[in-house]
Ligand binder design. Sequence first.
Ligand code: AMP
Length: 283
Amino acid sequence: MELIHNPSDLYKKLDSARNSGISIGFVPTMGALHQGHGSLAQKSVAENGLTVCSVFVNPTQFGPNEDFDKYPRTLTEDCAILEALGVDIVFAPEVAHMYPEGHSEVQFGLKNMDKILCGASRPGHFNGVMQVVTKLFNLVLPNRAYFGEKDFQQLSILRRLAQELFFRIEVIGCPIVREDDGLAMSSRNRYLNAEERQQALFLSRALQMTQEMAAKGASITDINQSVIAFAGQFSLIRLDYFDIRRSADLSAPDSLAPSDLPRAIIAAFCGSTRLIDNMPVFA
Ligand code: AMP
């Protein structure tokens, strides 16, 4: 496995692979890797001749009061994990490589999808995500790119971006990897103390409750009220939002219909750590 920091070195390496007809799989990450990231890398390694994994904590997707400075940076451990999984190249650029001095920050916006849910709570977040993913896509020019359903809204936005801007890249969504007790794996879980770790189960439990209520014919309003009441039982939880959206375009249905593939999506602060999760309403 090769560790590359500089985009021009990456070009050279990938151009020769591409010219010899090898398919390139790409897994963008912010590092502090866990088995969720590992599942994406594994799938890419299985499906492509060469896999590139990027490790880059992207400053433009963090708000001014968010955790950019304290976000865990564990490149040595990350490289060991990726090498064991058979990844060929780790691309870990510096901020100055991705945003050279004098850059003018191309702005990205969709009509709706990036303004709702996490976009409403974290203004500018998805602009930063679309900026960095577009740059990375153009640097790597992969055949396939792998993203987790853990960030369901991000996956929906990036699918739309790739489709509308004619990126010739297949965007592939991968299932959420969870801890044994149901907590979705996240790099931010390492911020949680023991009590917060216990209460973080609120998110996956609220989503399971949604599935159980929907199976019994409950309405969206009833489910919303129950989730809000359930949050009240967790002293360290502050619900940011809970919502049910159609999978295809994240629009809000008036009622629950399995044909809409409705998805329950949740964000909550657990102590000072913001966590997200989602599940299909009809399992
Ligand atoms: P991040 O490093 O948090 O930006 O995540 C990089 C990629 O890994 C994104 O496509 C995430 O959706 C995906 N990912 C993060 N956590 C999980 C998980 N628990 N299961 C599956 N994919 C995940």
